[in-house]
Design a binder for this molecule. Structure first.
Ligand SMILES: Nc1ncnc2c1ncn2[C@@H]1O[C@H](COP(=O)(O)OP(=O)(O)OP(=O)(O)O)[C@@H](O)[C@H]1O
Ligand SMILES: O=C(CO)[C@H](O)[C@H](O)COP(=O)(O)O
Length: 412
């Protein structure tokens, strides 16, 4: 007895037909079946045959698989801030699952679900201490489960995902994650395991230089969490070997990298307040056209300060041009310096192309809306916002393509 089980994605109906390579054994040639989706899996039993068969489902618009985005960075490098900007582009705020574990790391909005890969730590805080490994070490993480669950969600199947509790350092009982339109997996290792990496429709790496990471850590952990300077230094040093071995190499796989460096506008600056931020965009990624300044493919240096843009010392400098990154062709857009007046950003926005806005001034509007987020006056906020718009564009192109193409599922 062959049992055919089709999982449909939430909310809309799929019309499917069953065929087999040896139709005579099936007892029917092409049976038309309609799967009424109620946001859960629906199944249909087949006939008494063991021969392989094919289920072809043509789906209505919007009835697509979950689009999966990976965001990698070390702890304290701005992932949460980026996520808030991204979910805002889709409209609506992201919140923890209602009525669930108050220490859940998950954030859900209408369109997106953001899961934190810390939830796949296989060793809790005590376990890591006993074994002498950090959370960055692959041995402290369950990549098999990560792969199985991300794959299931991508295929429209809900999962019971574990929770790593950052308050207690323990592994809590799991929480139910239903397939969203867009799943973001953020954390230390979204591109580490090749099976998980292959599930990603788009990937981003936040590459924060050591100097800047240190300044941000001090700002947060000293000012907001009461840690001492020595303990912050010690924690960064202790993580560094594993960061270099397991986290940093993932940037070679990213479709977009946001690199954050000290400014070059102030010689020997060691304050770390003014930043040089580079958006490195891989060429040839499906549904992703890199942003450009003035003229696509040219090399451009631009100082926009003057009549249209107010700049105090040390000013603002943009750069755009082609480059290679880990052997890949890329386009790089760079901003060094910071904005004095955010509303004047419209002047810069109007000179950028391929930014995937839906209306004139959308980048500036988003930046003004979140002027209180860290990085709003410099390239970190600007490029995070632009990447958010590019992800919306990629998602819209992906679902419209999937809606046009029949989905084929085979089962022996
Ligand atoms: N663009 C930025 N400019 C300046 N400071 C920033 C920026 N982004 C983040 N920070 C600083 O870094 C801190 C951590 O940011 P955020 O919480 O977004 O990082 P995270 O990667 O999600 O951290 P964690 O993984 O530890 O939860 C913020 O409190 C802020 O002090
Ligand atoms: O690198 C990290 C990612 O957030 C954390 O340090 C890791 O998840 C362990 O968490 P904790 O320090 O709360 O035990």
């Amino acid at each position: 007895m062959a049992i055919c089980t089709v999982y449909t994605t939430p909310s809309l109906n799929s019309t499917c037909s069953i065929s087999t390579t040896s139709k005579t054994q099936l007892g029917f040639h092409q049976k038309q079946v309609v799967f009424y989706s109620s946001g859960k899996k629906t199944s249909k039993r087949g006939s008494n045959t063991t021969s392989p068969y094919v289920i072809t489902c043509s789906t209505t618009v919007g009835d697509s698989k979950t689009v999966v985005i990976g965001l990698a960075a070390d702890s304290g490098c701005g992932k949460s801030t980026f996520m808030r900007r991204l979910t805002s582009v889709f409209g609506g705020a992201a919140e923890p699952p209602k009525g669930g574990n108050p220490d859940s790391n998950t954030l859900i909005s209408d369109t997106t679900t953001v899961i934190c890969l810390d939830d796949y730590h296989s060793l809790d805080r005590t376990g890591r201490k006993q074994k002498g490994v950090t959370a960055l070490d692959p041995r402290a993480n369950d990549f098999d489960l990560m792969y199985e669950q991300v794959k299931a969600i991508k295929d429209g199947i809900p999962v019971e995902k574990p929770i790593y509790n950052h308050v207690t350092g323990l592994l809590d009982p799991p929480e139910l994650i239903k397939p969203p339109k867009i799943l973001v997996i953020e954390g230390l290792h979204p591109m580490f395991d090749s099976r998980v990496r292959d599930l990603l429709d788009f990937s981003i790496y936040l590459d924060i230089s050591n100097e800047v990471k240190f300044a941000w850590k001090i700002q947060r952990d000293m000012a907001e969490r009461g840690h001492s300077l020595e303990s912050i230094k010690a924690s960064i040093e202790a993580r560094k070997p594993d960061f270099d071995a397991y986290i940093d190499p993932q940037k070679q796989y990213a479709d977009a990298v946001i690199e954050v460096l000290p400014t070059q506008l102030i010689p020997d600056d060691n304050e770390g307040k003014i930043l040089r931020v580079r958006l490195i965009m891989k060429e040839g990624v499906e549904f992703f056209n890199p942003v450009y300044l003035f003229d696509e493919g040219s090399t451009v240096s631009w100082i926009p300060c003057g009549r249209k843009l107010t700049c105090s010392y040390p000013g603002i400098k943009f750069y755009y041009g082609p480059d290679t990154y880990f052997g890949h062709e890329v386009s790089v857009l760079e901003m060094d310096g910071q904005f004095d007046r955010l509303d004047e950003l419209i002047y810069v926005e109007s000179h950028l192309s391929n930014i995937s806005t839906k209306f004139y001034g959308e980048v500036t509007q988003q930046m003004l809306k979140h002027a209180d987020f860290p990085g709003s006056s410099n390239g970190t906020g600007l490029f995070q916002t632009i990447v958010g718009l590019k992800i919306r564009d990629l998602y819209e192109q992906l679902i419209s393509t999937k809606a046009k193409t029949p989905v084929e599922a085979t089962k022996a």
